[in-house]
Write a protein that binds this ligand. Sequence first.
Ligand SMILES: [Zn+2]
Length: 188
Amino acid sequence: MSRTTPRTSGGILTLIAAVVAAVAAFVGHHATDGVSTAQGVVPDGVSVFDDEFPAVANLDPDLLEAVRRAATDAAADGIRFQVNSGWRATAYQDQLLRDAVEDYGSEAEAARWVATADTSSHVSGEAIDVGDLDATLWLSEHGSGYGLCQIYANEPWHYELRPEAAEQGCPLMYADPTEDPRMQRGHD
Ligand SMILES: [Zn+2]
């Protein structure tokens, strides 16, 4: 008993320390670091018509117009386009990248999912992440008619404008963003 008690309490202390560390990591991960809707953070339930959110209002006008035309037609099928992400300020993109490196464990793996601020098509306002699933399924079937194309095979929600797609169809997808020449950074 006297031999096992210290071990047990040591085990409990270790467990408590682990829980505290996990909670701290969780809280840290979800802290907004001062970024808000002004930097492009999107609350739940925002539609493509909600101009009061910079994530929507700061999108490239041609992309936004195409998405709204598509959303209007999809609404006739009972489908609502939700904006999960749109335009992002550099500070917000930087935070997403830091979170991704933490989540995926390396910059190389994070790069498969999150671009740097200087290469992100979200920072330039040329990409929109659409939800929910029924909206992305609708777009995968009808999007090209509006010039709206899925760019990355691993991101079925990420759409960009390819005006020529209305006539030629969408270009072949990249497997993930690391294959996209726009994501290649210089060596300087
Ligand atoms: Zn995206």
